[in-house]
Design a protein around this ligand. Structure first.
Ligand SMILES: [Zn+2]
Length: 290
């Protein structure tokens, strides 16, 4: 018997009728399955209740671990935050060191500039000194040349200047004498000059001025009581002369020959001018005059 025969026999077989309680049994089976499902759910809840402490511990542990991780992360973040200022401090320290080095460099440059300025000033002073020394040497050479040309001893020039100073001092003394004489005449309501130096001692104040500085043979009197001609370098040529005779010579220095005129002027001695007595009056006379 092959398969085809079997198949044809089965096709010809009567259709079986299902049992009457089949549907009920099927429904029962279905409820049993549902009950099995509830049993499964109840066993899951049982397991959950059984393992709940463990699960709770696990959850708590996980939660705590998560909190620790969060705290560690926060600490790491704070640590990073703290490291940043530290790095900034190191950077600032390095910049400060560079600034200090730059400041020292600037100070050194300023010191060098000051030294350079002082050096330039010293160079300028040295140049001026060299120029002054050169000028001094030139003046010295000119003086030596002039002295050799004049055939004078080295101190002759100084002696000449000293002599001129004494002459000028003598002229000044003559001016004081003639002014004192005019004051004496005014104070005494007279039109004549005093007839002696002692007569106008108040106006002259001191007899010391009556010794010419070039008159080495005379010594000044300390006061008028001891005053004599030995203490006098000046000769009064016209004692008691009238103020109306301005051309008359009143006083003359015996050493220099300078004269004080009645008009108040003083004439220095000249080779071309002589003091002569004419018609009873001492006057100045040019040598070419008759
Ligand atoms: Zn004199």
């Amino acid at each position: 018997m092959n398969d085809s025969t079997i198949e044809s026999m089965l096709r010809r077989a009567p259709v079986p009728c299902p049992p009457a309680a089949l549907l009920y049994r099927l429904h029962a089976d279905v409820r049993v399955s549902t009950a099995k499902t509830n049993v499964r759910e109840s066993s899951f809840l049982h397991l959950l209740q059984r393992w709940w402490p463990v699960i709770s511990c696990l959850v708590i542990g996980v939660t705590m671990a998560s909190g620790k991780f969060t705290a560690i992360a926060k600490l790491r973040h704070e640590n990073e935050s703290l490291r940043a200022p530290t790095a900034q401090i190191d950077n600032l320290r390095q910049k400060n060191a560079e600034y200090q080095q730059l400041t020292a460099t600037v100070s050194e440059v300023k010191r060098l500039e000051a030294n350079y300025s002082e050096l330039q000033a010293l160079k300028a002073d040295a140049a001026r000194l060299r120029l002054a020394i050169a000028e001094g040497e030139k003046v010295k050479a000119d003086n030596q040349r002039l002295l050799s040309e004049l055939r004078l001893p080295p101190d002759a020039l100084g002696q000449g200047l000293f002599s001129k100073a004494k002459s000028a001092r003598c002229i000044n003394t003559l001016k004081r004498i003639v002014v004192a004489a005019r004051i004496w005449a005014t104070e005494n309501n007279k039109d004549v000059f005093p007839s002696s130096f002692i007569a106008m001692k108040d106006e002259l104040s001191t007899p010391k001025i009556l010794v010419c500085s070039s008159d080495e043979g005379k010594i000044a009197a300390p006061d008028w009581e001891g005053f004599t001609e030995a203490n006098n370098s000046y000769e009064m040529l016209s004692p008691g002369v009238s103020e109306l005779e301005p051309q008359v010579v009143y006083v003359r220095c015996r050493v220099h020959g300078h004269v004080a005129m009645v008009d108040g002027s003083v004439q220095a001695s000249k080779r071309s001018v002589s003091v002569v007595q004419k018609d009873g009056q001492w006057i100045l006379l040019e040598q070419n005059e008759n």
